[in-house]
Structure formats: C-alpha cells, structure tokens
Design a protein around this ligand. Structure first.
Ligand code: DPM
Length: 318
C-alpha cells in the first residue's frame, strides 16, 4: 500500500516591519513560483532592535540586534529559514546555522531625503548647521569628514517612522539606504544618491541573506534557486573584512566591491566618528578567493591605523 504523506509546509521567519515583510514576501513569491507544489508560510516576530527604540543603535551595540530572535526560532524548528537584510546579519553566525543563500543585490548606495523646505538642496548646498539624521556610525563618520559644517543627529525607528520625523521638521535631511526605499516603493523620496567617493556603503547593503540550519539539506537545496553568485562573492569578501576587523554591525566601516571577469576588487574604509581621520584602501584578487581578499584588506587597513580608530570608537560609544 502506498501511503501519501503531503509535504510539510515551509515556514519562513521574518521581522514585522514593512520593509522586512516586503523582502520576505518577495522571497516567498519567488520560491512559490519555483516550487508550486509546496506551501510557504510566513511567521513574523519582533527582535530586540524593534523593541528598543529610544537608545542609539551604536550604544545598544549588541550583535544581532535585528536577527537574534529569528535565529532562535530557526534553531528551535519554529521556522525553517529566516530572511534578513544581509547588512543586519552579524558576520559570525551561531553554531549550526549558515547563510543558505544571498540574493541579488539592489542599489547598494545611501540616499539623502530632504525636508520639504530643502527640496532643491543637496548635501553640498545645505546651510551650515542644518540637521541631518542618521544612527549609522559609518554614515556619520564619512559625512562629517566631507561636510564638517552640518549638524548630525541620531534617529531611530523603521524607515516609515524616520520619514515621518523628517516630514514633521525634526530633521532637515535624513540618510537612508536606496535599496530600502526602492523595496518600499518609495524611490520618489530619494533626492540625492550619495557618491561612492563620499560614502562607502555597509557590508552586505542591498542584499538579502537567507539563514537556515546547516544540516537541513532540503532547505539548502531549495534556497539555491535564489542565489546570485556575483553578489555572494562580493558579500563574502565584505563580510570577511568586517569579521576580521570587528565582527559587529555598528562600526564606522564602509566598503565597495566590484567584479570584472574573474577579478574581485574590494575597497574598505575606517573613519573616526568625529570625522577627522579616514583611511581607505583598495585591493583586487581572484574572485574564488573572496574571503581571503577581505582578510588581506583588513591587514592593509590595520597597517594604516584602523585598529586605533576602532578602539577609540569603541570607548566613545560606551
Ligand atoms: C545597519 C545599519 C543600518 C541598518 C548601519 C549602517 C542603518 C541605521 C541608520 C547595520 N542596519 O548602515 O551603517 O540609518 O540609522 C537597515 C536598513 C536597511 C537594512 C535601513 C537603512 C535597508 C535595506 C538594505 C538598518 N538595514 O539603512 O536605511 O540596505 O539592504
């Protein structure tokens, strides 16, 4: 006798913010189209980063602020994998969990959104003392370096909350990832895309990381259809650099990567949060040794003084 056992539904873990859900539904829809016979369910949960909204991100400092609860859910088999903004995912994952897949990166740049009264402005033409909102040390350090006359102020909350605070006049401008605004269908709010020469993006910015159990062959196999190899190689190099230099998600470290044929080029920068010191280095190597390129660049940056800057940052934000 043949007993028909229906395939179990696949459960996907996600945060509840609008951006997180847009990203997760995108993954769900894609997988559904590849595997029409399977059922995909989304399970949402809040993370520490969603709950603590009155403390500067860098001060909470915890690794995995936006990912920890989702990881516990994977470990406890409440979900089969989780969808994260890759830039929120720590470079060291808990034992037994892995990055099953990295999806194709969208625009990795940062954007400036201006208050109504400054619609015609750019960072370069804002009046002295204009209030610019960001809680990213990376953006703060680089923008202070280039625009010492602007006044930077911390801002917390999800993308929608931040835009509301800008519109209500608490800030003259705020800095957000282009990718986040695009995913939310708010590209029209991007008034300036900040050039690479001014602001290098965060490690993993613009890509999604799908995290699952290391031994779950079924899920690992399933997720492969969403893997984007060039993005994966770039992000592996970026993550190796960050892991080697610090490991966390709230440090003034920025990167840029590109791939041409078999060559991967990685630029990394470390800056002091007062905007006075900035070190930047670039190296290239074989794409297949992406992580080694990240490690090598970390050493170059160290030799140029990165450790001292990072140690000072650590003391300042405590
Ligand atoms: C991390 C940072 C920020 C988020 C720090 C950084 C931005 C915080 C801020 C690690 N996670 O970028 O240097 O602006 O005050 C986050 C966003 C996205 C993923 C929002 C944003 C958008 C999608 C993406 C929060 N995580 O950066 O505007 O970049 O993939």
């Amino acid at each position: 006798m043949v007993v028909f056992i229906p395939d179990r539904p696949i459960r996907i873990g996600s945060r509840k913010s609008q951006l997180a859900l847009v990203q997760t539904y995108w993954v769900q829809k894609k997988l559904q189209s590849y595997y029409p016979e399977r059922q995909f369910q989304v399970k949402t949960m809040s993370t520490q980063g969603d709950k603590i909204l009155d403390v500067a991100l860098a001060k909470i400092g915890d690794k995995g602020l936006f990912t920890k609860e989702l990881e516990v859910a994977i470990e406890q088999h409440q979900v089969d994998f989780a969808v994260h903004s890759l830039k929120d995912l720590p470079t060291n994952l808990p034992d037994g969990l892995i990055l099953g897949c990295i999806t194709e990166r969208m625009d990795s740049a940062d954007a400036v959104v201006f208050n109504e009264k400054y619609q015609e402005k750019q960072l370069e033409t804002l009046p002295k003392g204009a209030v610019v909102g960001t809680s990213s040390l990376r953006r703060l350090a680089q923008l202070r370096y280039h625009f010492p006359n602007l006044n930077f102020k911390d801002i917390r909350g999800n993308v929608n909350t931040r835009l509301r605070k800008l519109d209500e006049g608490e800030y003259d401008a705020i800095v957000l990832a282009v990718a986040g605004l695009q995913r939310l269908g708010m590209s029209d709010r991007v008034h300036q895309v900040i050039k690479n020469e001014i602001c290098l993006h965060a490690v993993g910015q613009g890509a999604l990381g799908l995290e699952c159990r290391e031994r779950d062959e079924e899920i690992l196999d399933m997720l492969k259809v969403l893997e984007h190899k060039p993005t994966r190689d770039r992000c592996y190099a970026e993550r190796a650099l960050l892991r080697e230099l610090e490991g966390g998600c709230q440090v003034p470290i920025g990167v840029n990567t590109s791939i041409e044929e078999d060559t991967l080029t990685l630029t990394g920068m470390v800056a002091s949060i007062d905007g006075k010191t900035l070190i930047k280095e670039t190296i290239s190597g074989q794409r297949e040794s992406a992580e080694q390129i990240g490690l090598n660049l970390a050493n170059h940056l160290r030799n140029a003084g990165a450790d001292r800057i990072l140690a000072e940052t650590f003391i300042q934000i405590k």
